[in-house]
Design a protein around this ligand. Structure first.
Ligand SMILES: [Zn+2]
Length: 250
């Protein structure tokens, strides 16, 4: 497991939280991509960054963190925003690619007219046979954890979203499902939500890299509600009404 190579797009609260957990297991080979420098607002939720890191590239601060924690670490960094398929050429030999940047509106991911970063990632993942870990996000007291997608083994993210949105069509599910959807709501975010999401995600990644336990974050989305500490999940319903978009179900 320690020799596996992990690619991470997005080095904010969730991305840096995952890095912090993975290095505790001795994972030492990373490729990081993020365009941002450390800003004062990051310090509250991103404990790997400190006041002396202000204005430094996040990827560079994280490189030092990893190298200070694991012997013989190898960390490649790219200070850019992931926008195009070409940006993924650096990740062609990773064992798993983690997408920890802001996720797109779910309806955009499913739209035929809009190409989101998630759509570009799915194509790359299937073409190169590289598993993807979508991390999800958080707002206010609510967080959601998106699945790990393994080409040919699990359903794709669009397939899962399509099924869950159809199943929950008539419920008041939209805000929880799509944190970006209700844009007039502004909530401050608590650091605990971010830590729980990165912890669930990093353990699932450890399971994948080590094979110690079967994966459970597949074909489903998990919701974390900090107001009452509840966890809930929406799983793809493989009944006769399920329309598979990824070709996994006949
Ligand atoms: Zn499918």
């Amino acid at each position: 497991m320690v020799n596996k190579k992990v690619g991470i797009i997005g080095c904010g609260g969730i991305g840096s939280g995952i890095i912090s957990n993975l290095v505790s297991y001795g994972v030492k080979n990373f490729i990081l991509m993020d365009p941002d420098v450390v800003e004062p607002s990051n310090i509250t939720r991103q404990p790997l960054f400190s006041l002396q890191d202000l204005s430094k590239q996040k990827t560079e601060v994280l490189r030092s963190f990893i190298k200070n924690r694991v012997k013989n670490a190898s960390v490649e960094t790219y200070n850019k925003k992931f926008e195009l398929e070409d940006d993924l050429k650096y990740f062609e030999d990773v064992d798993i690619l983690i997408f920890a940047a802001d996720s797109s509106n779910f309806k955009d991911i499913l739209s035929d007219n809009i190409t989101t970063p998630e759509n570009i990632l799915e194509k790359f993942s299937y073409r190169k046979n590289i598993p993807l870990a979508y991390c999800g996000g958080y707002k206010g007291f609510t967080g959601r954890v998106l699945p790990i997608v393994i080409p040919g083994v699990t359903h794709s993210l669009p397939c899962i979203l399509h099924d869950i949105i159809q199943t929950n069509e008539n419920s008041n599910f939209d805000f929880v499902l799509d944190l970006n959807h209700n844009t007039e709501i502004t909530l401050s975010t608590i650091p605990e939500t971010c830590k729980v999401i990165s912890s669930i995600m990093s353990f699932e990644i450890i399971k994948y890299l080590s094979g110690i336990l079967p994966l459970s974050l597949v074909n489903k989305i998990i919701f974390v509600e900090f107001k009452n500490y509840s966890l809930s999940q929406s799983e793809i319903s493989l009944n006769e009404n399920h329309t598979c978009l990824c070709g996994l179900s006949p």
